[in-house]
Design a binder for this molecule. Structure first.
Ligand SMILES: C[S@@+](CC[C@H](N)C(=O)[O-])C[C@H]1O[C@@H](n2cnc3c(N)ncnc32)[C@H](O)[C@@H]1O
Ligand code: SF4
Length: 417
């Protein structure tokens, strides 16, 4: 790290990566044009949870009676409206991600209806990756056997930590024993591509806790890991609980960096390749859905608060469930905001999101925008001088030591610093 000298204030290591560019306050309700879809991925947002975890600000609410039936009715209709609106004659999605919220709250029969509907509507490729995001305790061995038979070939399990006390303090609804039971059930059902989510930098979490979590998780030998640094969103529940002392304090920045770096070494030594800021996998098990979201590809989302992108267009579905349902009922695409990017926006977005993948191939961006905007080039040259990135004609690469400055790098690329 010695070569990197950045003003402490500038390089906020808050992990609050740039999730969207251009910023959401610039998006507006305007008509989306006719579009053709060819290579893209599919996403379904299931915006319900059994309880709300203290740290989480995803778009989700506590599950109420009847909500899943209503959700299923609207989502199937949303698929019909989408099919009628755009050209899918050459559509060949290579991945479907059932996420949330908690996608595993949908029953096996609802998941079957949904996956079959998406497959028959959009022609999922034969070898398409189909991921189900699961909260431990919400599905059993018999469920996974049936889910495998409908084509679910990747399961993501939200372990978060291997200490029941930590899980309880985060308002997680499961124990570590239930996480392990789910892992073993998925494996026994014959779904070999299992992904584990773990979090570090949690309130009250020690370096020893983190080491134990990583070591225990490695014993399970999943194909894929996501290691998330806890992001504390300003004024949200966790932020307020930390401020009023009802949650234990966060580990220091030094400890968080140590946690990240220690885990990186352990996973690498155990044969996992790090292919993004947060993702590690065995060879050949990169998540196609996640990768395509960050490499500037198109994606089509369904459900409240789902995002989509097609070329220069970005949009977000209604976040409020009432508006989502009423919009679908009125035969409208249920989005509430869109943004049409110009070539500078595309360049900034694809470069900034590309930072997540640690290496950004330049050809796909140049094909879209012709050449990199001179101002962005200047920012990139500055980042290179600061020792944070390396560049050649073909790619921009993040140095290992600069991963902790990813947010800063993204912000510099888009000129928001
Ligand atoms: C949609 S949730 C996972 C699925 C399921 N609802 C569960 O919790 O098991 C996706 C993942 O995001 C991560 N996550 C949620 N809030 C976060 C935050 N504030 N900071 C970092 N990671 C977070 C958690 O690891 C979580 O498993
Ligand atoms: S972490 Fe998962 S279960 Fe917890 S509130 Fe967020 S989406 Fe729901």
């Amino acid at each position: 790290m010695e070569k990197i000298e950045i003003n402490e204030k500038q390089r906020r290591e808050d992990g609050a990566y740039v999730f969207h560019h251009p910023p959401k306050f610039l998006w507006e309700k305007e008509d989306l044009p006719l579009m053709k879809w060819t290579d893209f991925t599919l996403y379904v947002h299931v915006p319900f949870c059994r309880e709300i975890c203290t740290f989480c600000t995803f778009e989700r609410k506590k599950l109420e009676k009847g909500a899943l039936n209503k959700f299923m009715g609207s989502i199937l209709k949303e698929i019909e409206i989408t099919l009628a609106k755009w050209d899918f004659s050459e559509s060949k999605p290579g991945a479907l991600y059932l996420g949330g919220g908690t996608a595993s709250l949908l029953s096996v029969s609802d998941l079957t209806i949904l996956v079959n509907k998406l497959r028959s509507s959009f022609g999922l490729l034969k070898d398409a990756e189909i991921t189900l995001e699961c909260e431990p305790g919400t599905k059993q061995l018999s469920d996974f056997r049936q889910l495998k038979s409908i084509g679910i070939n990747r399961v993501s399990i939200g372990f978060q930590a291997f200490q029941n006390e930590l899980l309880r303090s985060l308002n997680r609804m499961h124990t570590i024993e239930e996480s392990l039971k789910m892992f073993n059930s998925v494996k026994e059902a014959g779904i070999e591509n299992i992904h584990i989510d773990l979090m570090f930098g949690l309130p009250g979490q020690t370096m020893e806790d983190w080491k134990f979590s990583i070591q225990e998780a490695l014993k399970l030998a999943p194909k894929h890991f996501s290691l998330y640094t806890l992001i504390v969103f300003k004024n949200e529940l966790l932020d307020r609980s930390l401020a009023n002392g009802t949650m234990k304090q966060l580990p220091s920045t030094e400890v968080i960096n140590e946690m990240r770096e220690w885990a990186q070494i352990q996973l690498t030594e155990n044969g996992y390749d790090q292919y993004s800021l947060t993702e590690y996998c065995k060879s050949g098990y990169q998540c196609r859905y996640v990768t395509s979201n960050w490499n500037g590809s198109d994606y089509l989302g369904f459900g409240p608060a789902a995002y989509s992108r097609n070329g220069s267009y970005l949009w977000e579905n209604h976040v409020l469930h009432t508006l989502y349902h009423s919009s679908v009922k009125a035969d409208e695409l249920p989005y509430h905001k869109m943004f049409k990017m110009n070539s500078t926006d595309i360049c900034k977005r694809d470069l900034a999101m590309g930072v997540c993948l640690l290496q950004i191939p330049l050809d796909p961006i140049l094909t879209k925008v012709g050449e990199i905007d001179p101002l962005i080039k200047e920012h990139l040259a500055e980042l290179e001088n600061e020792g944070l990135i390396s560049m050649n004609d073909r790619a921009i690469t993040l140095n290992t030591a600069s991963q902790r400055f990813a947010t800063y790098i993204m912000k510099r690329i888009i000129g928001d610093n």
